[in-house]
Design a protein around this ligand. Structure first.
Ligand SMILES: Cc1ncc(COP(=O)(O)O)c(C=O)c1O
Length: 433
């Protein structure tokens, strides 16, 4: 068995912690895995899986002529579009850039409101603000912490232009309800699927459940490109807009030049289309380009995604079983008719039942080498949003109450069964002692 086969066998059968890491969690400055009291390895809450195949794919690009936008970008876009079943895919250099591009494509501007949940990473709301729009926070379902469609309806005003659904932890939102609301009120539906690559809702993959869907390839996510993001859509016009947006709003395609569109020509330039070096900046864009180096890694990672997802689901099943009869520890509810991608495994700590609260448990587990985390501090409680948008405590009471109880325990495909057992034992010991 060569190294790659050994590593893939490890994903299928006896997984172990990955050998390499760049996301930093649980690693010393030398890249060695931290240990607790010199014994057990620190188990991070998330970690990328990089194997020899990935490394070779990147090396191949480094030896080629292309470092930034080259053939690997289109190849990665096509592979991801095919995987989710979407017509168009546009790769950019982060999930945040992907969200920004999506807000641009649907024309969010200063008079627009966009409804989104507060239990998400700040980037979801920030993308609305980048375009001058106003994020409106709608509370979440108490059992899943996904945006509650009833709360969405209650927040619609004449200024509402879009809804952003966040597939928190990897579980798809209630897309039937959200699509119906969007259609009824003439709103755009955007899916922030940064947690849910590979998840399914009623047999359809995320990437096809909204007007535009956004993914992230940060190392803690299902597949990584170091940093990176993608938008999928069925709409060619939006796809074209986002391709311009990711490269300064510039086009070199003669068929897209202003004269070709019947618009007035730039009088400073004579017959500009005839100039061999001619390009046009048609709108304000950014440098959101992803590199061929990153996309080569993405293509290689995507091939392993089904195995990564399977292992995440196996780990979730072990956690579900371990916590089933432990009162006071409540994993988030999972709705029927879907495939959960388990970016995160989140438990809620009921301190009325247990003698410990979330924060004390967090501290204890970290001391024991379990890399827990909290996803997320509700966005509307962040000082920036409080000051700029006058959001405050009480705006989303369900999200605020959940925030006091939630903790994300380790979940990544490189975890061994022993690692999973160690997490369970430490959680049980911490809440029972
Ligand atoms: C829900 C959600 N949206 C957006 C982002 C932003 O993605 P990126 O870190 O790739 O910019 C993240 C990343 O953590 C996320 O979790």
């Amino acid at each position: 068995m060569n190294t790659i086969h050994k590593q893939m066998a490890a994903i299928n059968g006896q997984p172990r912690l990955p050998l390499r890491g760049t996301s930093g969690q649980g690693l010393t400055m030398n890249g060695e895995r931290k240990t607790v009291n010199g014994q057990r390895p620190f188990i991070p809450y998330a970690h990328q899986w990089i194997d020899e195949e990935d490394i070779q794919a990147v090396i191949e690009v480094l030896r080629s002529d292309w470092l930034t936008t080259g053939p690997k970008v289109a190849e990665f876009e096509k592979a991801l579009a095919d995987f989710v079943g979407a017509k168009e895919a546009i790769a950019v250099n982060s999930g945040t850039a992907a969200l920004h591009a999506a807000m641009y494509a649907i024309g969010i501007g200063p008079r627009d409101e966009v409804i989104l949940p507060p239990i998400t990473f700040v980037a979801t709301a920030n993308a609305v603000v980048f375009q001058g729009g106003t994020p409106i926070f709608a509370d979440v379902d108490p059992d899943t912490l996904l945006i509650d469609p009833t709360e969405v309806e209650a927040k619609i005003t004449p200024k509402t232009k879009a809804i952003i659904a966040v597939d928190y932890a990897g579980q798809p939102c209630d897309y039937d309800a959200l699509q119906a609301i969007a259609k009824h009120h003439g709103l755009f539906l955007i899916a922030d699927a940064c947690h849910s690559l590979g998840a399914e809702y009623k047999g359809k993959k995320t990437g096809t459940l909204a007007d535009l869907t956004v993914f992230s390839f940060h190392p803690v996510k299902h597949i990584t490109t170091g940093e990176g993001g993608m938008i999928t859509t069925e709409n060619e016009e939006y796809a074209e807009k986002m391709r311009l947006f990711r490269t300064h709003g510039i086009t070199r395609d003669p068929s897209k030049f202003a004269r070709a569109n019947g618009k007035p020509q730039n009088s400073m330039l004579h017959a500009p289309c005839a100039l061999p070096f001619y390009y046009e900046m048609q709108d304000l864009g950014y440098n959101y380009r992803i590199t061929d180096i990153q996309c080569a890694l993405g293509i290689s990672q995507l091939q392993k995604l089904p195995k990564f997802l399977k292992r995440r689901q196996e780990i979730a099943a072990k956690y579900d079983e371990a916590f089933a009869e432990l009162s006071g520890i409540n994993p988030l509810a999972v709705r029927p008719n879907l495939l959960h991608a388990y970016h995160l495994y989140v438990i809620r700590i009921d301190s009325n039942i247990l003698r410990i609260d979330r924060t004390a448990l967090f501290t204890k587990l970290r001391e024991k080498g379990i890399g827990v985390n909290v996803h997320y501090i509700p966005v509307h409680l962040q000082p920036f949003y409080r000051e700029k948008f006058h959001t405050d405590t009480g705006l989303c009471p369900i999200a605020e109450a959940a925030y006091e109880q939630i903790i994300s325990i380790p979940m990544f495909p490189g975890m061994s069964n022993e690692n999973v057992e160690q997490v369970v034992i430490e959680v049980k010991n911490s809440v029972c002692s």
